[in-house]
Design a protein around this ligand. Structure first.
Ligand SMILES: [Fe+2]
Ligand SMILES: [Fe+2]
Length: 189
């Protein structure tokens, strides 16, 4: 395998690890707010957060074999995610699930592109990501169930939340996520 593929694979693991780290903080902020105002929502979110902790650990343990290290700007990613969701959670359960839907939808797209790339390049990582993606799909469909039909309110929230999520992703991986997307769109399957 060419050296450039090793670099791309190391970047995939780093960006995914940072993403899971951020997801843990995002859910922590939502749990903090909903445990005060909307307790049943907090219980559901607790479950999702526990999956993200496992995903984060799995990507961390996939790093050494791929000469990958945690993202240096990861704490910024985590803080950005925490603040984003603290603010949206204060708007109520509908906003919490709208934000969750947007975040999980982004995750789903990233993972699908990675799976196509990794299929013939790193089978163990491909299989790990496929199993994680199955759980992320569960998060996405749960969020979609709660959001239900998109209302004017959820549509109004979608644009600023999407922009904030993209900004947090870009900033916290210091362009690593954008470079990963360029890597994957330019690479054959
Ligand atoms: Fe995850
Ligand atoms: Fe998730």
């Amino acid at each position: 395998m060419p050296a450039s593929d090793h670099i791309k694979i190391a970047r995939i693991v780093r960006v995914n690890h940072a993403g899971e780290f951020s997801a843990i903080r995002i859910y922590a902020a939502q749990i903090l707010v909903s445990s005060i105002f909307w307790k049943p929502v907090a219980a559901e979110l607790q479950d999702l957060r526990s999956h993200e902790v496992t995903h984060c650990d799995l990507f961390r343990s996939a790093m050494p074999d791929r000469q990958s290290r945690p993202c240096r700007t990861m704490s910024l990613w985590g803080r950005g995610g925490w603040l984003l969701d603290l603010l949206t959670a204060l708007l109520g359960p509908k906003a919490i699930w709208t934000c969750t839907e947007i975040v999980e939808d982004r995750v789903h797209h990233h993972l699908s592109a990675q799976l196509r790339y990794l299929a013939k390049r790193d089978e163990p990582l491909h299989d790990l990501i496929a199993s994680i993606q199955a759980e992320e799909e569960g998060h996405l469909s749960l969020a979609r169930q709660h959001v239900g039909k998109h209302s004017t309110f959820s549509r109004m929230l979608a644009a600023p939340i999407t922009a904030a999520v993209e900004a947090v992703i870009w900033l916290s991986t210091w362009d690593g996520s954008a470079r990963m997307n360029r890597d994957l769109s330019g690479a054959g399957a």
